[in-house]
Every structure is written in C-alpha cells, then in structure tokens.
Design a protein around this ligand. Structure first.
Ligand code: URQ
Ligand code: ZN
Ligand code: ZN
Length: 481
C-alpha cells in the first residue's frame, strides 16, 4: 500500500525540516519534495502538521494476570488505543510465575499478543532463579529476539526476587548482551509498612502511598544501581516516580555508569492528593506502584527529563475496572495495582512538555520514541523517519486540542487518570507499517496486523562494557610470603 504524507514538517530526534514522506510495502521509501509516487497512492495532507516517528511505549501490561484478576485491556484494544494517541509500538512483559519456565510464559504472552493491531515486543521477567532460568535466558536472547530482562524488587510473596537473584541475573544479562531492568521498591519494607498501617486501622486507598514512601523507592533504585555497578552490567530503571530514585540515577550517571531511567506520563502530572479523595473508587482507581507522589517530585521528574537523566517516557498501562479494584474494599493491599495511559501519553507529554517550553519537539521525539528504540536496539527501524525504516509515523497537530475522558477514550477501562484534562497536541493521523490506522478521530485497525518485533542483543556495545569492566577489576592482592 502506497501512501504519501504531503506538505508536512518532518520532526526527528535530531532535526526539523519540510519534506514529504512516501511509504510503501510497510517501510519509508522516500523523503523529500516532489516525490514520484505510483498511481493510486493515498495522499495524507499534512500541511501545518508535524510528521514524527510513531511513539514507542516501553512499558505496558495488556491482559496481565495479576493480584487475582486479569488487566481489562487486551492486546487488540490496547494497541488500537495506542494508535489513536500516536503510539505505534509497545514493549510489554512476559511474567512467569515463580518456578514456571520463562519459555512457557514467553509463548503464552506471544499467543495473547497475536491479536495486536500494532507492533509489539516483550521484556521477560526473572521471577525466580535456577540453572534452567539461566539457560532459558540464553535461548530467549539467541532465538526469540529478547534483549531485556525485568526484575521486580517489590511484590513480596509473589514475583519479588532477592538480591542474590539480581546479582546472578544481571551477570547473565552481561554475558548475553542483554539489559537488566528493575521495578525498584524495597518489597520487604513495603510489606512491613503495609502490616503496620493495616494494624493502625487504615484500610482505605490512602494507606497505599503510606506503605510505599519515596525513600523505599530510592533505596531500591540505589541497590539495583550498585548491583549493576559491581557486576558491570548496564541497568534500566522503570517508572521512576520520585526525587530519591532520580538522585540515585544522577549520581550513577555522573560516575559514568550506564544507567537509564524511565518516567511515566502519570507520574509527571498527577500528585498524591488523589489518594485522599473521599470517593473510594476514585482513590482506588489511582492505586498503582510506585504511587503518585507529592508535587515536588513532579517538578524533579520534569527536570530529570529535561536534563537527559531520564531518557524514556512510558505508561505502565495496566488497567483494572472498578469492580476489580473493589477487591480491596476491606484492605488497600488487595486493590489490584495499575492504571492506564497508552492512548494519552503523547498528548500529555506534548501538552505539559512541549507547549510549556520544557521540551523541544525534537526532545519530544527522543523521550517518546527514539531513545526507547535505541536503548532496546530497534533503532533506526523504529524511532526514526528515515528511508528503509518501518513506516510507523504519527502526523501530529501541535495546535489541536482534545479533552481526555473515559467517556470517549478507546482504552478498555472505565477510568482515566487524566480525566477532564484538555490537552494541546493531538495525533491527526497514525500510520502503522504505512497503513493509516487513525484518521480524523476514527480508528481503522486490523486485528492481528501487529508484528512481534525481535530485539537483537548488543554484542558490540557489551564488548566495550566488558573491556571497561576488565580495566576495573580489583588489583590482585599479593599474598605475603
Ligand atoms: O508493577 C508493575 O509495573 C505492574 C505490576 C503494573 N502495576 C503497577 O502498579 N505499576
Ligand atoms: Zn512495576
Ligand atoms: Zn509495569
């Protein structure tokens, strides 16, 4: 299918320039003026609009089985909602229960994701350790296109792993040329605090942030950073929500350590007052981990994004409807953790980031698409507007506005954490593999059109890291005669 995006201004991570873009066969064929295109080419008029790489959301959980239920968003509705907001690729998570084969979990998630209407990939979680896990990590990197492994430092008695597993798994990641990622909260402290707070009779959603203070996140972030430092592996910390984890990443990066930080659109805009709302369902709808923080943390996270200390934005899209959240009516510890956002991330970042002057349009492309593509080794196939790249593009109206609401969003959930927010900056057209899937407010998606995207490991980059590590080896202690 031949499509010409005509009259627009191309905006990439590096540059901004006027050019038409011709897509055919799912890839970008030509970029320039007066392009020669075949008869029957569909023309998308982009005058006054920006042509950017489609967004990449590196952190979603479609139809995740979690806390006794299953996230309400499935891979078809979730990728469709992403396209409606300008996101053309998600990286989701295959999360085996402890003692379950990583390959079994990977195959299960691959089956669920077949219905996707936009491209997707998977991080694989390390929720236990054995020689089998070690071996299967090798199979996943060599044969299944996985180059990132997730570690939950929270969720005790479920998927939390101890430090020993972090050390062994990060070492294995280094061997394989894969990047370890972490959910950084001290799960032992969270569990202990939960018991303390419940014992005081605090059972409502207001107890959730009390049991997960920022210090508990900062401690875990720093611990993961030190494990990676000693092992010599890179590290990617997901959903940084507070100054404490940001400061840990800043220290590490200033010391030359390869640590990447992700921030959620929700954590950039929403503060912890939501948990004190008298409406139980409203407060419970915001229960996610790490929790939304007090206002000073949002300012710090924006500074981190502007400074390049945080490289990517995501949503951690993990939706539960009111009846599911009600499982925690008697105790906040039973409220399924998770909120949505895959449809709104791009508009929220443009509205609160570019329209306020915090980010340039090029930086917007970096933090919504290009950086994630580079970190996870799918650039420039993804995250670029370049000849030969996948034709995953968003035609962006920088002046367009819309009001975000659960009443109108395409997400399969009965709540929207950005409810009522009028945003500036909207996707006018979204192309996936060169096919217009979102146009003027209407979705036109094909179930199953989404592809699994292999993410190769980083041998070359890791050779450099290993060489650096070799230089760092502690000098041999000469045994005294
Ligand atoms: O922790 C996560 O990233 C998953 C389980 C989604 N839930 C959440 O509260 N963030
Ligand atoms: Zn998490
Ligand atoms: Zn998550």
């Amino acid at each position: 299918m031949s499509t010409l995006i005509r009259g627009g201004t191309v905006v990439t991570a590096e540059q901004t320039y006027r050019a038409d873009v011709h897509c055919d066969g799912g890839v970008i064929r030509a970029i320039g003026e007066k392009l020669d295109v075949p008869a029957g080419t569909r023309v998308v008029e982009a005058g006054g609009l920006l042509v950017m790489p489609g967004g990449i959301d590196p952190h979603t959980h479609m139809e995740l089985p979690f806390m006794g239920t299953v996230a309400s968003e499935d891979f078809l509705s979730g990728t469709a909602a992403g396209l409606a907001g300008g996101t053309t690729m998600i990286i989701d998570f295959a999360i085996p229960d402890p003692k379950v084969s990583l390959l079994t979990a990977y195959d299960q998630w691959r089956g669920w994701a077949k219905k996707s209407c936009a491209d997707y990939s998977f991080h694989v979680a390390i929720t236990w350790w054995s020689d089998q896990v070690r071996e299967e990590m090798g199979v996943l990197t060599r044969e299944r296109g996985v180059n990132s492994f997730k570690h939950f430092m929270a969720y005790k008695n479920a998927i939390m792993v101890p430090d020993e597993n972090l050390i062994l798994s990060f070492s294995r990641c280094l061997e394989l040329g894969a990047i370890p990622t972490v959910h950084a909260e001290n799960g032992e402290l969270v569990y202990w605090l939960q018991q303390q707070i419940l014992a005081q009779g605090i059972t409502g959603p207001e107890g959730h942030p009390l049991s997960r203070p920022p210090e508990v996140e900062g401690e875990a972030a720093n611990r993961a950073i030190q494990v990676a430092n000693m092992v010599g592996s890179p590290l990617y910390i997901v959903h940084n929500s507070c100054k404490q984890s940001l400061e840990a990443i800043t220290r590490a990066r200033l010391a030359g350590q390869r640590v990447y930080g992700e921030v959620l659109a929700g954590h950039l805009l929403i503060d912890d007052s939501v948990y004190r709302n008298p409406d139980w369902a409203f407060a419970a709808a915001h229960v996610m981990s790490p929790p939304f923080r007090s206002k000073e943390h949002q300012a710090a996270l924006w500074e981190g994004l502007q400074a390049g200390t945080l490289q990517t934005t995501a949503t951690d899209h993990c939706c539960f409807c009111a009846p599911q959240k009600a499982a925690g009516k008697e105790a906040f510890t039973k409220i399924p953790n998770g909120t949505g956002g895959v449809e709104d991330r791009m508009s929220v970042l443009w509205h609160a980031g570019v329209a306020t002057g915090k980010l340039t349009p090029n930086e917007f492309v970096k933090v919504t698409s290009a950086n994630a593509a580079q970190i996870y080794n799918v650039y420039p196939r993804k995250g670029s507007v370049s000849v030969g790249a996948d034709a995953d593009l968003v035609v962006w109206d920088p002046k367009g506005t819309r009001t975000i609401s659960a009443r109108t969003h395409h997400q399969k959930v009965d709540f929207n954490i950005f409810e009522g927010l009028e945003v500036t900056g909207v996707a006018r057209y979204t192309l996936s593999q060169g096919r217009v899937c979102w146009a003027d407010g209407k979705l036109d998606v094909q179930e199953g059109a989404g592809r699994y995207i292999n993410r190769p490991t980083f041998p070359a980059a890791f050779e450099a890291i290993k060489a650096r590590n070799a230089l760092r080896q502690p000098t041999r202690v000469e045994r005294r005669p």
